[in-house]
Design a protein around this ligand. Sequence first.
Ligand SMILES: [Zn+2]
Length: 294
Amino acid sequence: MIVDVHTHTPTHRERVPDDERLVYPAWRNDRPVVTTNSWADFDAAQSGADVSIVFNIAVPDPLAMTGLPYDLETCNDRTAAFVAAAPERRIGFMGLDPRWDDLVEQVDRCQALGLVGIKLGPNYQGFDPLSDAAHALYALAAERGLPILFHQGTSPIREAPIRFAHPLTMDEIAIAHPELRVVMAHMGHPWPRETAVVVRKHPHVYADVSSLILRPWMCWEALTMAHEWGATGKLLLGSDFPIATAGETIAGLRRVNEIVEGTRLPRVPEEAIERIVHADALAALGLELPAAAR
Ligand SMILES: [Zn+2]
């Protein structure tokens, strides 16, 4: 089974008219990225995965911080509705902010909606991932068995502090919350070395490979680093839809060694690549296969 652990909830239920589509030409070198997608667009893009984990980030101004035009108040309800429409192939995570006064009520509400994990982007949200409020949320997540997927590494958004997404902060979080299941997005690019050493030492900390295929050298370096540190078994498949699709990501991983062909640089073993493509992400995160898919 192929599980994509990192996709963003499509912004529209129905097809978006061409003149209303938001397009970001600079996000990829090879093609523009359309961020206004319908449910059908999502399914077409994700046909290469059996199950996709979907979410949005709880930021007050999503368009400015993520390029996706959704609204903070309804983002979790929209993810839940999207999942409910095809529960055999979608799993929803909730977007939260540890500074909310009604945080526990929001977690209760999102769990009642069927959301089974949490997505955080401390850099986009502007909170310190090592603050007391953040630790309180991690403790609650660990207690309730809610895995957290953290944006990790850099981002082009000027106002998003990079240090709030540095992979070494995850080491401290995992030391304080050893039972918490964590996914470090993008292998913390451009710090895959730091990510590899964090995931190898913490049994419940994993990393996803989303967006790495867009930078061939970074992708090769990241997977080579993980292989040398014995950490490829802690890597999960992720596409970061709408940035890339599941199928493109799998094809890109399988081409990872192209860049070193004709050199004496080490190759990422094929078994390691297939292990990532077929990683049992649901077991890793303590999640169940959606009942509808069983
Ligand atoms: Zn993402």
